[in-house]
Design a protein around this ligand. Structure first.
Ligand code: LIP
Length: 282
């Protein structure tokens, strides 16, 4: 089994690099009329997202025709979004589409691979900055081959916390997002930041640049790869109300240690969003 997944990971890294080159070349030349919207006016998608997802899935399927695939744009187009025990590739062709449209430099190709619902390896290619983040279960996390380690800071008052406003503009959700933010700022922490890409926020936790990242409203393709990069760098993953991270719940809390995670759980005003695998109302 070991060798099979290692060669799959090597292939994923090569595919992510190729996909990232396409994204990099397209960034900065996105025409305003080529930007479309999905669930809300600030949930953006471009032809590059769709083209790059086809490129990634095509390249992976040619080597692994029997595997399952969950891709952001394929799910948007009506494909099933269920995580079963089967080997499953979880793909976000452009994590940070708004950044891509505006050439804000945090844009990632994210490829996670899960077996038995457990992420075996994760690849996040920060393509505008040309940084390749990788992790394999039990074998550590790396950026361009350098080992990653989370921040050693223990005191939340010395922490930088990353979070995002997401694309939900429902008034009740916004109230909770701002209430949480106010409480976190008021701890007080050293600062609050947001890269505009869940995958890159998680790589920032893994790299020790920020102590924590939380968000409600992300999708499994935003965080599958990044979750393993955080845990393999020594970090902690939780639900925003405590308890284990559920990749399909659309809620994530990633931190450098358990104390900071538990403190943030106390400050976050959590709310539920429709799960990625909720087929009842689709
Ligand atoms: C984005 C996430 C980000 C979130 C945005 C969006 P996309 O992913 O990475 O954390 O705040 O609303 O979901 O849509 O660019 O792949």
């Amino acid at each position: 089994m070991e060798d099979i997944w290692q060669s799959a990971m090597d292939h994923a890294v090569a595919v992510a690099r190729k996909a990232g080159q396409v994204v990099r070349e397209a960034a900065g030349v996105v025409r305003a009329d080529a930007v479309m919207v999905k669930s809300s006016p600030i949930d953006l998608v471009t032809q590059t997202d769709q083209q790059v997802e086809k490129l990634i899935i095509g390249a992976l399927k040619s080597q692994f025709p029997t595997h399952c695939f969950i891709g952001e744009e394929s799910v948007s187009a009506g494909d099933d979004c269920s995580l079963t025990c089967a080997p499953t590739w979880i793909i976000d062709p452009i994590d940070g589409t708004t950044n891509f449209v505006h050439t804000f430099p945090f844009v990632a190709v994210s490829i996670g691979f899960a077996v038995d619902k457990q992420v075996e390896f994760g690849v996040v290619y920060s393509c505008l900055r040309d940084e390749m983040f990788t992790a394999r279960r039990g074998k550590g996390a790396f950026c361009d081959g350098r080992p990653l380690r989370v921040s050693p800071r223990k005191d939340i008052r010395q922490a930088v916390v990353a979070t995002e406003f997401g694309s939900n503009r429902d008034a009740a959700a916004l109230d909770k997002i701002f209430a949480s933010l106010r409480r976190v700022v008021d701890i007080p922490v050293h600062g609050v930041r947001g890269a505009g890409s869940a995958a890159i926020n998680m790589c920032l936790v893994a790299s020790g640049c920020v102590e924590a990242y939380y968000e409600i409203g992300i999708h499994v393709w935003d965080v599958a790869a990044g979750s393993l990069i955080v845990s393999e760098a020594g970090g902690v993953l939780m639900d925003v109300q405590g308890g284990p991270l559920d990749l399909m719940s659309r809620r994530v809390l990633a931190t450098n240690n358990r104390n900071i995670a538990e403190r943030l759980v106390r400050e976050i005003d959590a709310f539920s969003v429709r799960r990625d695998d909720d087929h009842a109302s689709s």
